[in-house]
Design a protein around this ligand. Structure first.
Ligand code: FAD
Length: 384
């Protein structure tokens, strides 16, 4: 932030109290900067609450996504430091669940598909093991005897995102951050090409910088000129929560065709998730949920008798190329941390560190080069 010396006492405003806004706000506060975070409802209630909490760069990587894989792997590596700092500031310990992930197939078509996934991961040098036939059942005995092959990914982990969100809100406030819940930002104020603050229904605040971290709503905030808005859309995800009783021993993340199943440390078993282009509609619907449960039951037949606790719907922030927007916009002092789509939990720590670097030191880490918001904007900046 080039003119920081002139704006030293002004706060940085963060718009949005999901995992991204909370992480960025907290890390900025840790660096001794005054931060005001506006959340239009309660923090951590939108996509970040509904998320499954997988930290899965190795199982998620597609054939065209090597830049994204590098970011995801580095993001996973940042988690232990982030959780240690979080414990210091919140007095809450959030643990990583590192019991590993299985990708499974059920017939020849699946087997060929996952073999290609396996070979691609092996080619990239990722930790991965091919388990022929029903060998995956030695790792996860609840898997259906019908499995034909599986891939073992020992390094993909998961976290309880509900615990993480609670700890982040606490840590932010403990570090002196000002949290304004139930306060939607109505517009970003821009004067002479520079973001100068925000307006809410009750408040107008002058800021040293404005960070838009409003999830799938990031592109709809008034005051930002059309060409400088983040091109993000909502991508609907439905997810089913079942309840495991004390004797139910399901211990690994299982990814089967069109479904994943995750045991959480608080007894929930998540069966997710759909990916639908339905605008801002958050109605749970029978067909997609029926399909999730059916696919989940094919993989782990014993889920049939588990109590069904809830069906939740979240809206992932998906950008035009489905990859994140992290860093400066083409408006001076206006920054984006959004568009994390299916990976916002995984990428929260690395995004928070990158945002503090770019806002306070004027340097975006090289890994984020392909993910600069200005790739979508007309006016390019020499220095982000
Ligand atoms: C079913 C499902 C499963 C998922 N599973 C995973 C997973 O396993 N691993 C993973 O890494 N990711 C997962 N994700 C993706 C992850 O949930 C998102 O990438 C992440 O939550 C995005 O966080 P966010 O803070 O950007 O958005 P959100 O959590 O949506 O938060 C945005 C916040 O901004 C607030 N806001 C909006 N407009 C304004 C305004 N004008 N003023 C003030 N506040 C405003 C909203 O109220 C909201 O609280 C999943 C998502 C879904 C839906």
């Amino acid at each position: 932030m080039a003119r920081r010396e002139k704006t030293r006492d002004l706060p940085i405003v963060v718009i949005g109290g999901g995992i991204i806004g909370l992480s960025v706000g907290w890390q900025l506060s840790r660096r001794g900067v005054p931060v005001v975070l506006y959340e239009r409802g309660k923090t951590g209630q939108a996509a970040s609450r509904v998320a499954a909490g997988m930290l899965a760069p190795h199982s998620e990587v597609g054939f065209e996504e090597e830049d994204f894989l590098k970011l995801g792997v580095a993001g996973l590596e940042d988690f232990p430091r982030f959780l240690d700092e979080l414990e210091t500031d919140s007095d809450r310990r959030v643990e990583l669940d590192d019991r590993g992930t299985l990708i499974v197939g059920f017939h020849r078509d699946d087997t060929e598909r996952i073999r290609r996934l396996y070979e691609f991961r092996e080619h990239l040098g990722l930790p991965v093991k091919w388990l022929p036939g029903s060998a995956g059942r030695d790792i996860e005995p609840l898997l259906s005897p019908k499995i034909t092959a599986s891939i073992w990914l020992p390094d993909d982990t998961q976290v309880n995102n509900l615990e993480l969100l609670d700890a982040l809100a606490l840590a932010f406030v403990n570090r002196g951050g000002v949290l304004k819940e139930m306060t939607p930002v109505e517009s970003v104020n821009i004067e002479a090409g520079r973001a100068t603050g925000v307006t809410t229904a009750t408040d107008e605040i002058t800021a040293a910088a404005v960070v838009v971290a409003a999830g799938c709503w990031s592109g709809g905030i008034d005051g930002i000129p059309g060409e400088s808005r983040a091109p993000v859309r909502p991508v609907k995800g439905q997810i089913v929560t079942l309840r495991m009783d004390g004797d139910y021993e399901f211990g690994h993340v299982v990814r089967a065709p069109d479904v994943y199943l995750l045991p959480k440390n608080d007894g929930r078993l998540l069966v997710g998730a759909t990916q639908e282009e339905m605008g801002f509609d958050i109605t749970p619907t029978a067909g997609p949920v029926m399909r999730l449960l059916e696919r989940g039951w094919e993989a782990i037949p014993s889920i049939y008798d588990l109590p069904l606790e809830s069906v939740d719907v979240g809206l992932r922030p998906g950008s035009r190329d489905n990859e994140p927007l992290v860093g400066a916009s083409d408006v001076d002092r206006l920054y984006y941390a959004t568009g994390h789509h299916r990976h916002g939990i995984l990428l929260a720590p690395i995004t928070a560190y990158a945002m503090t670097d770019v806002i306070l030191d004027g340097k975006l880490p090289p890994l984020f080069e392909p993910f600069k918001p200005t790739r979508f904007m007309r006016k390019k900046r020499a220095r982000d």
